[in-house]
Ligand binder design. Structure first.
Ligand SMILES: [Zn+2]
Length: 179
């Protein structure tokens, strides 16, 4: 896949890869086997791994296990990945997502981004053009909502903009968030 070419020299922090194993609680062996088949073995949270291997592992999981598991992995990310300090609200968490993304990747290459556009106190738009699966990113946003649940809000609503989806060959996904 061409997207992997640009990520060729980028590495992913083990702590964020750990989410993959943690989320697949009942499929831990499966998760470890997938990672191992792409050279990630053993998984050490303090080490760094080639981004193409991590992305290939995600491809396998999406194809072999499905979108729900991919979403669950996203939901596990904020628990293990490194986040910048000073996050105290859902809005600031969304706003910091791109910084957090960069903290968990290193090296030269285009890794895409998370662009956050606040629209009102309880609505925002997030544009993701990173090479991770769409479901994964939706899981991350759901987990951030759970962790920093805004007062008076019952649930997070994520509407995927119909303009395009990375899962269908699009360059980016736009999410309309309401909470
Ligand atoms: Zn999408």
């Amino acid at each position: 896949m061409t997207r992997n070419a640009s990520a060729g020299h980028v590495e992913v922090y083990g702590k964020s890869v750990q989410a993959l194993v943690n989320a697949m609680e009942f499929l831990k062996l499966k998760a470890q086997r997938v990672l191992a088949s792409h050279g990630i073995e053993p998984l050490d949270p303090e080490k760094w791994y080639p981004m193409p291997s991590v992305l290939d592992s995600f491809d396998d999981i999406l194809k072999q296990v499905g979108p729900n598991t991919t979403r669950a992995i996203g939901r596990a990310v904020p628990k293990s990945a490194v986040f910048p300090p000073g996050i105290d609200s859902f809005g600031s968490a969304l706003n910091s997502l791109d910084v957090a993304y960069r903290m968990n990747h290193r090296g030269k290459g285009d890794i895409g981004s998370y662009r956050f556009f606040p629209e009102s106190e309880r609505a925002a738009r997030m544009v993701a053009d990173n090479p991770y699966p769409c479901e994964f990113d939706q899981g991350i946003m759901e987990a951030l909502y759970d962790r920093f649940q805004p007062k008076g809000s019952i649930r997070l609503r994520i509407d995927h903009d119909p303009a395009g989806c990375r899962g269908k060959g699009g360059r980016s996904c736009t999410y309309h968030l309401k909470w």
